[in-house]
Design a protein around this ligand. Sequence first.
Ligand code: PGA
Length: 253
Amino acid sequence: MRQQIAAANWKMNLTYQQGEQLLDAILKEAIELKEHQKAVFAVPYPYLIMAAQKLKDKKGYAASAQNCSDQKAGAYTGEVSAEMLKSINIHYCVVGHSERREYFSERNLSLAGKVTLCLENGITPIFCCGETLSIREVGAQEGFVETQLMESLFHFPESEIRKMVIAYEPIWAIGTGKTATVAQAQEMHAHIRKLFAGKYNQATAEHIPILYGGSVKAANAKELFHSPDVDGGLVGGASLNATEFASIIRSLK
Ligand code: PGA
């Protein structure tokens, strides 16, 4: 079975102490993950070492960065490189979250650079894609997501593409309480998988986990995650509550 992943995205929330408490509370639930299941916590940079330390002996649990630089190293004040993440044993990094695209002008081409640096450093990129409401309203979402994947990812060879995780996050569903319907999520996930099958092959398409993001909560996680092409979720708001997120982890296939 393909990997199923519950990924928390804390964004710019919680103090260090609150973050520690939240992780402790989730770990106290002692959820044992199956071989194909993962619980990943994308925490702010200053909390990465703490989170990695707490999660290190827990099978299937891992810490993730929320972003990394598209440059290797050098005079880029305020940036954090993929190599730095590797040096503190971080194995996941969210790349191209819609908030980074919107507020920090991240573009498909520079995201391709981030993905390259992640892969060079043994870090699994959780690559985000997804359309705005106005694109969805005119029915152009499939082409829009295809362009995002084409410009950022489709030049990688099959061996590298197989190391990635995709997160489909319709922007109109992020933080709005407005979740895509299970049918809408499944339809786009199947489309994304078809794009990978067309560009690479069916086996590769079947191998890549595609997470859904956008107002996932305990109440809708199970239904979403049980769609055939939805392999878990990237969860913002609901990941800040231990009971909610524990229930979301338990909802994985
Ligand atoms: P949300 O955020 O769960 O609060 O909608 C999801 C995300 O932005 O990753």
